[in-house]
Ligand binder design. Structure first.
Ligand SMILES: Nc1ncnc2c1ncn2[C@@H]1O[C@H](COP(=O)(O)OP(=O)(O)OP(=O)(O)O)[C@@H](O)[C@H]1O
Ligand SMILES: [Mg+2]
Length: 413
């Protein structure tokens, strides 16, 4: 396009994505540089993180010795009616500017989905959602440009050419055909080494057996027992009994953790998640919400276990919010202008005392306010919620003699 003064207006467009749950929506970053008062505006239903991108992009370009032209720069994130959230738009915006001012050849970025956050000194920082973006790129027959640290995560979306760059300078060199960036390799996240072992548990044969059956069949389990009976101890040993994730499940679990920004080292999660939120957790923390409609604990437990210790201490509203996801295996997080659906198919394991003081039915330390103490305490959990448990077991206290066997040098049971 030739302007009145004979100067060519400069355009560029870069492909990226916005996230809806673990799904992606294609977004085009359109850059238009024209004569006029120097200014830079970013439009297209953006959130605060995208608006702040202007300063990060300007500083990152300056750090590699590139100044923005003193012109009127308009950046549009299309389609304009889709909400754009997150800092991953920094890199496509910066590349769009570099193409528009002629620093990067357009055909080097035309066929790629780009995402990454910029630091002020030109580094490309890891962002959430790289695996879903990589899968979207494969689906559209495109390449991927992403932060170096997210490369191993992206590499799990097979048949994809990935440029995973540590900083803007090395990406520019790669795009101009200089020193090429190596293809990242798919990585597995190492399984946690410090998982507690069933061997620490003395006695409790029935509870052990029930835990094994629950683990094998992904059955929802409620353990009821006095303080110190070993309920929390039993639950903590559940991850060691769970079967491995299938490849499809591993991808889904990794995508959820990626979108939630909880995949720090990149790579594929291969062990089933075990989430144990505190009983003071809010509904938003549990079912997902917040400004960016992030997945909550029940979605992070997808494919694994949600352990709710001291079940009766959770707020009643929070407990009731679990009923629908327990039935449908997914949760709908409502926002002011849209809603997001996350998978939430998890095994619910819970533990609680039989009454407020904990000793209802204990012959040695009888509950002084029985039976009301137990009745009122159990009434905190609604009937339909209790109905969601496939197995409810009593976990009695193991005798002190049995617990002391190791100390006395006798073999443990
Ligand atoms: N069967 C057992 N074998 C070995 N240690 C046990 C056993 N039961 C209880 N303990 C010991 O008692 C401690 C308390 O157990 P735990 O916290 O699991 O009890 P709990 O049933 O969850 O109690 P609360 O209702 O107070 O939460 C454990 O850390 C462990 O040291
Ligand atoms: Mg406990």
């Amino acid at each position: 396009m030739i302007q009145k003064d004979g100067v060519r207006a400069m355009h560029a467009s870069i492909k990226t994505v916005a996230f809806r749950g673990i799904d992606t929506i294609p977004v085009e970053v359109q850059v238009h540089v024209a004569n006029g008062l120097p200014a830079m505006a970013i439009v297209g239903l953006t959130d605060k993180a995208v608006a702040e991108s202007r300063e990060r992009v300007r500083a990152a370009l300056a750090s590699i010795g590139l100044a923005l032209p003193p012109k009127r720069i308009a950046i549009n994130l299309a389609p304009a009616d889709v909400v754009k959230e997150g800092a991953h738009f920094d890199l496509p915006i910066a590349l769009g500017l570099l193409v528009a001012i002629g620093t990067v050849p357009p055909d080097s970025v035309d066929g790629a989905v780009v995402l990454g956050e910029l630091s002020l000194h030109g580094g490309i920082e890891p962002v959430s959602g790289v695996l879903p973006a990589a899968m979207a790129a494969v689906g559209a027959g495109l390449d991927l440009i992403c932060p170096q640290k997210c490369g191993p995560e992206a590499a799990w979306a097979s048949d994809l050419s990935i440029a995973a760059a540590p900083d803007l300078m090395s990406l520019l060199t790669h795009l101009r055909g200089g020193q090429l960036l190596p293809q990242p390799r798919p990585e597995l996240l190492p399984p946690p080494h410090d998982a507690p072992d069933m061997a620490d548990l003395k006695g409790q044969e029935t509870a052990r057996r029930v835990l094994e059956i629950a683990a094998a069949g992904m059955h929802n389990l409620l353990m009821v027992g006095p303080p110190g009976a070993g309920k929390s101890m039993l639950a903590a040993r559940l991850p060691g009994l769970l079967p491995p994730l299938s490849p499809r499940e591993a991808l889904d679990v990794t995508m959820l953790h990626s979108v939630a920004g909880q995949l720090p080292a990149g790579g594929l999660i291969q062990t089933r998640p075990f989430r144990d939120p505190h009983h003071s957790a809010s509904m938003a923390a549990l079912v997902g919400s917040g400004a960016r409609a992030r997945p909550g604990e029940i979605s992070l437990a997808h494919g694994g276990v949600l352990f709710m210790d001291e079940l009766a201490e959770f707020a009643r509203l929070v407990l009731d919010a679990l009923r629908q996801p327990l039935e449908t295996g997914q949760v709908v997080v409502a926002r002011a202008n849209h809603h997001v659906t996350y998978p939430a198919r998890f095994q619910l394991v819970a533990a609680m005392n039989p009454c407020r003081c904990g000793y209802l039915g204990d012959p040695a330390r009888a509950c002084t306010r029985a039976p009301d103490c137990g009745r009122n305490y159990c009434a905190r959990i609604s009937g339909p919620m209790i109905d969601r448990f496939d197995m409810i077991i009593e976990v009695p206290e193991v005798s002190g003699r049995m617990l002391l066997r190791d100390v006395a040098g006798e073999p443990s049971v």
